[in-house]
Write a protein that binds this ligand. Structure first.
Ligand code: PEP
Length: 254
């Protein structure tokens, strides 16, 4: 890994009430206290628990992010939240284009691109998720899919903004299935993603972009994934819900 930002992120999805969020973060702070890591450790609770999460994480190494955001600033958009709303809560990160958003809620590369533009107008760090489904991998279309998703999501990004973007490679067949991509598969996919970024923004911008791996990451497979040259961090779902196992992932990531 070059001089890239190392990030260990926990996506809590539709899990934990505000009270559970507070107790998990307090437990995590204890487990991480004294751990020397140069990684940024971020949790992504549901919207309604974000304020509680920021409060519980205050004066610790832990950062907080949101699982999504809408592109408009305000208006008649029932159920949506804006970038400013997230920023004023004290958040630092936001996930965009998670496969569950794409598969279950109709997100497309075009809507991810609009969200990304809105985020880059503000101060949050976006983590843009991409990844192929099993059928695409089995028909040797992984490269084409990753290129389309990266190209589609980043198409309106100004060259001076590329340095703020983090990408997460999350093969859909590995999410929540217990089937982790092998370190070699992850590394190859990250190389493809970096090449797509290089084609759009140049080699040095691509070399500076952090690319995380996500898909059934656990304490036992973190070190081998992180030992790959192109893997700059992990995005963890299930194993981030329990403070002890997420702390173990952070420890194993080094
Ligand atoms: C995720 O949802 O981003 C994820 C990677 O989930 P899991 O770790 O449970 O596969």
């Amino acid at each position: 890994m070059a001089n890239r930002k190392k990030i260990i992120a926990g996506n809590w999805k539709l899990n934990k009430t505000a009270g559970e969020t507070r107790s998990t973060i307090l437990e995590l702070r204890n487990k991480l206290a004294g751990l020397a890591t140069r990684a940024e450790v971020v949790v992504f609770p549901p919207f309604v628990s974000l304020e509680t999460a920021v409060d519980a994480a205050r004066e610790t190494v832990l950062k907080v992010g949101a699982q999504n955001v809408f592109w408009e600033k305000s208006g008649a958009y029932t159920g949506e939240v804006s970038v400013t709303m997230l920023e004023t809560l004290g958040l630092e990160f936001v996930l965009l284009g998670h496969s569950e958003r794409r598969v279950l809620f109709g997100e497309t590369d075009a809507t991810v691109a609009r969200r990304l533009e809105a985020v880059l107008d503000g101060k949050l760090t976006p983590i843009v998720c991409v990844g192929e489904v099993l059928e695409e991998r089995e028909s040797n279309r992984t490269g084409e899919v990753l290129e389309r998703q990266v190209g589609g999501a980043l198409r309106n990004v100004a060259p001076d903004h590329i340095g703020r973007i983090v990408v997460a490679y999350e093969p859909v067949w590995a999410i929540g299935t217990g089937k982790t991509a092998s370190p070699a598969i992850a590394n190859d996919a990250h190389t493809l993603i970096r090449s797509s970024i290089a084609a759009m923004f140049g080699r040095s911008a691509a070399d500076e972009t952090s690319i995380l791996y996500g898909g059934s990451v656990k304490p036992e497979n973190t070190a081998s994934l992180m030992s790959e040259s192109e893997v700059d961090g992990v995005l963890v779902g299930g194993a981030s819900l329990d403070a002890a196992s997420f702390a173990e992932v952070v420890r194993a990531a080094g």
